[in-house]
Design a protein around this ligand. Structure first.
Ligand SMILES: NC(=O)c1ccc[n+]([C@@H]2O[C@H](COP(=O)([O-])OP(=O)(O)OC[C@H]3O[C@@H](n4cnc5c(N)ncnc54)[C@H](OP(=O)(O)O)[C@@H]3O)[C@@H](O)[C@H]2O)c1
Length: 310
């Protein structure tokens, strides 16, 4: 039987990259990635790994219609904090799926900030995605909606900044400079590069089964790996690396980013993480401690070795 084609939007980004890693490791699907620039180093690196890289932009519906031709499944993300409207990006992805009769759209969304905060906060990165969720219902595109929580990966790269910084010359003391959220507040968090691709692959693998299709499309699915507070992140890094780590919230932020984190500080979802449905699907989730061993401990070593070399 011919292999099915899976198209990944945002292929050169965090979530799209994780989707591609998991699909290549799975080996059962043909993988096509979307990029605005097929000549970029990131796009070429994916071509070298066997991904068919195609030029398309979430703001250009016709390019998506061309790119989704023949797809069995499409993974879609929108990009926040740009001049572009995320709801428009999302609607374009949905319309292109409808135009190409794509059997499965997996949409990385978020709940409406307005609903979660009962009108207190408006956060475009959430509200515009939630608009797409509503739009999907009106056009009938078969879709699994995923809600990733905070990305674990933000710790070492959040909007091009590293949250974890050394604060003593001997490299023994570090702090996590985190937007707004106090140390005791626990947030649902996804180890995206390890877990989100596995979730996507498991959904696609089960899509032929009608019972699974019903269960997966009933309501948005929280895709998080674990729930963790800043305090517990610090203690885990201390345990693994032997460094002293403190949580240092700050609020000198552009208003849209501040609203997002103020909401996270004040309103928590009452949820079971990992979502039982995803465990039933066979996804094996990772822990924050895994991330510290995989990425944080090597990062600390690298920073300290550079300091020593100077
Ligand atoms: N960070 C978090 O904690 C968090 C938590 C939950 C949800 N989210 C959501 O995750 C989404 C972003 O996903 P991600 O982190 O995987 O994305 P990302 O790493 O920023 O990558 C997105 C990719 O999309 C492409 N792109 C298309 N149009 C773009 C545009 N106008 N501006 C910039 N890039 C564009 C870029 O690839 P090319 O240049 O190759 O085209 C880029 O590599 C956002 O909607 C955000 O709200 C983030």
């Amino acid at each position: 039987m011919a292999q099915k084609l899976v198209v990944v939007a945002g292929a050169t980004g965090t979530q799209g990259g994780a989707a591609i890693d998991a699909l290549l490791a799975h080996g059962g699907y043909i993988v096509r990635g979307l990029t605005r620039n097929t000549s970029s180093a990131a796009a070429k690196a994916l071509t070298d790994r066997g991904v068919e890289m195609v030029q398309a932009s979430p703001m250009d519906k016709q390019s998506l219609i061309e790119a989704f031709k023949g797809a069995y499944a499409v993974f879609g993300v929108a990009v926040s904090f740009t001049k572009d409207d995320e709801a428009q990006m999302g609607r374009n992805l949905v319309d292109a799926c409808v135009a190409d009769h794509v059997p499965l759209f997996v949409w990385s969304s978020l709940p409406s900030a307005e609903k979660v905060s009962r009108g207190k906060y408006h956060v475009r990165a959430m509200d515009e995605k939630a608009e797409v969720d509503e739009y999907i219902k009106t056009v009938g595109q078969p879709t699994v909606i995923l809600w990733p929580g905070v990305f674990t990966e933000n710790l070492l790269n959040h909007m091009d900044k590293c949250q974890l910084q050394p604060v003593s010359e001997d490299g023994k003391k570090w702090e996590i400079r985190y937007p707004v959220v106090p140390a005791h507040v626990a947030q649902p968090t996804t180890y995206v590069t390890k877990d989100s691709g596995a979730v996507l692959a498991a959904i696609i693998d089960h899509w032929e089964n009608e019972k699974w299709r019903e269960r997966l499309t009933k309501e948005p699915i929280l895709q998080c790996s674990y729930v963790i507070s800043g305090e517990d992140m610090c203690r885990t890094i201390e345990k693994v690396t032997g460094k002293e780590v403190t949580w240092a919230p700050y609020d000198n932020l552009p208003p849209p980013v501040k609203a997002l984190y103020s909401l996270a500080a004040e309103f928590q979802y009452d949820v079971s993480v990992p979502t039982p449905l995803l465990l039933e699907l066979g996804v094996k989730f990772h822990t924050f401690e895994d991330y510290v061993r995989d990425k944080v401990a090597p990062h600390i070593e690298e920073v300290l070795s550079k300091v020593k070399a100077v």
